[in-house]
Design a binder for this molecule. Structure first.
Ligand SMILES: Cc1cc2nc3c(=O)[nH]c(=O)nc-3n(C[C@H](O)[C@H](O)[C@H](O)COP(=O)(O)OP(=O)(O)OC[C@H]3O[C@@H](n4cnc5c(N)ncnc54)[C@H](O)[C@@H]3O)c2cc1C
Length: 465
């Protein structure tokens, strides 16, 4: 429910930013740099949100690093990928593509250096910075910049309800849970919702994606849908909400460590019968379609099957990524029969599958069953599995981020079902929808959250002009 206008406001600022994470911190930076008072309300005692936890890539088009590597890329090419592959809302995609370079600049200005570029399936160009292990550093850099330019960050302030003027319908502020009860925060210009998604709210997951309730959520504990609820109560429409809870990585059932790297470097996925069930190269653009089918296998479980060479190849490419495979509970054997038997997979089934796969790789250089041509994306040729020592990790599917939320326009203004703007209300990051309508391109969640935060901040600043 929308809160009534309080008799007395406890606090007043220009712009209230709800959430000090990937989208919220850049929004605060832009607002504060324009000379407005930016106040970030953060439910937890720490900033960064999901940005601190990132595991793979940050996709930015048109960077200096791409130029140095001879890769031609641009905002237009990224826009085309978003619209053609993800079927993104063209207005939101255009705004994202045109502004994402600003996120890159902020991070570079704060001294962030990435170890290199990574090819991700789906993208028409190599444009993803490798960011594994850099999440905390990048989030801290954003927090430092936000504080330096004068933004205020209030920890353990959980926004609960929006306050709206019943006459003008304008959003005026927030009712906020603080240590000693509730406080009313007034925003003279706007409220920006940057609360992340609802992946940690089992009721909401059951409501919007009942088939996903058995997934293991990996996002921060505060991703409980507060922003979505506040927006809905203010009359917002949703976009892509039915597809928001997308399947993510295969994770070890025991340790919850990510095993997608074992697949990306040539491993296969099989069910309890030892049968493969998908093209592991993720030709659709990301791992979700593959792990989504994985969830439908008997018992909702499946096994990553790989070998020592694959572990060594991951290590050589990225010593951080290999850690999650190393920390997984691995069954190890020298023969496929022993491996299947110890891991609890049907022995004859796995033998048949691996024999066929290896023979395809040797004779045809591709897999004739599901059409896998590469280890992942369009790089690195396939390798044979039977090359001991062999490993199997029993996996389930994780969720990492929501791909749908409140409907926004290209200025990040929140819209009603009639396409009208809710005055004074903006949304950015996972709490919003529109970019991942058909599918998701890897490494876009981070860049889109950062960029939509910047756009939301700029839109509020532009109100002044
Ligand atoms: C483990 C993991 C790995 C990932 N790896 C990648 C990757 O490699 N590449 C990629 O592109 N994407 C990746 N993602 C997804 C990406 O990180 C997120 O989609 C993106 O960072 C979300 O940004 P956000 O601003 O929407 O949410 P967040 O960055 O999580 O920020 C939301 C903030 O709002 C706060 N909050 C929530 N409710 C309230 C409230 N009521 N009041 C006040 N504060 C509130 C939260 O505490 C949090 O700090 C990964 C996600 C996870 C979980």
């Amino acid at each position: 429910m929308i809160a009534e206008i309080p008799k007395k406001w406890d606090y007043e600022t220009d712009v209230l930013i709800v959430g000090g994470g990937t989208a919220g911190l850049p929004a605060a930076i832009v607002v504060a740099e324009a000379g407005l008072k930016a106040t970030v309300l953060e439910a937890r005692g720490v900033c960064g949100g999901s940005f601190s936890m990132v595991a793979g890539g940050l996709a930015i088009a048109g960077t200096e690093e791409q130029k140095e590597a001879g890769i031609e890329d641009s905002a237009d090419l990224l826009y085309e990928d978003m619209v053609n592959i993800c079927q993104s809302d063209p207005e939101v995609a255009r705004a994202f593509a045109d502004n994402q370079i600003k996120a890159y600049r902020i991070l570079k200005e704060e001294g962030i250096k990435w170890p290199g570029l990574n090819e991700n399936p789906g993208h028409s160009r190599i444009r993803s910075f490798i960011i594994s292990g850099l999440g905390k550093t990048m989030a801290q850099a954003l927090e430092n910049r936000a504080r330096r330019v004068g933004a205020e960050i209030l920890f353990r302030h959980r926004a609960k309800r929006l306050v709206r003027d019943p006459e003008t319908q304008r959003i005026l502020g927030l009712e906020v849970d603080v240590e000693n009860g509730e406080k009313y925060f007034k925003a003279k210009k706007a409220v920006i919702l940057a609360t992340g998604g609802f992946g940690r709210n089992p009721e909401m997951v059951a409501e919007y994606a009942p088939e996903m309730v058995k997934c293991i959520p990996m996002m921060p504990p505060s991703h409980i849908g507060d922003g979505l609820k506040m927006g809905l109560d203010a009359g917002a429409a949703t976009k892509d909400i039915g597809k928001a809870v997308a399947p993510a990585w295969p994770i070890c059932i025991e340790t919850h460590q990510n095993n997608v790297w074992a697949i990306n470097w040539g491993g296969i996925l099989v069910n309890v019968h030892g049968e493969r069930f998908h093209d592991e190269s993720q030709a659709e653009g990301f791992y979700g379609p593959m792990t989504g089918v994985g969830m439908k296998q008997p018992g909702g479980v499946y096994w990553a099957v790989f070998n020592e060479q694959i572990i060594n190849d991951i290590r050589a490419a990225n010593p951080i990524k290999v850690r999650s495979v190393e920390k997984s509970k691995k069954y190890q054997a020298d023969t496929i029969e022993e491996l299947a038997s110890s891991a609890g997979i049907d022995v004859e089934g796995l033998k048949k599958t691996v024999t066929k796969y290896d023979s395809d790789v040797e004779s045809k250089k591709y897999d004739t069953v599901f059409g896998r041509k590469y280890q992942c994306g369009v790089a690195r040729p396939l390798i044979k599995i039977t090359n001991p020592p062999l490993y199997a990790v029993k996996c389930v599917t994780a969720t990492t981020s929501m791909k749908g939320g409140l409907k926004i326009n290209g200025k990040c203004q929140v819209l009603t079902n009639y396409g009208e703007v809710i005055p004074g209300l903006y949304a950015a990051g996972e709490v919003s929808g529109g970019l991942h309508t058909r599918t998701y391109l890897l490494a876009i969640m981070t860049s889109s959250a950062l960029t939509l935060g910047i756009i939301a901040g700029q839109s509020v600043v532009n109100l002044e002009k």
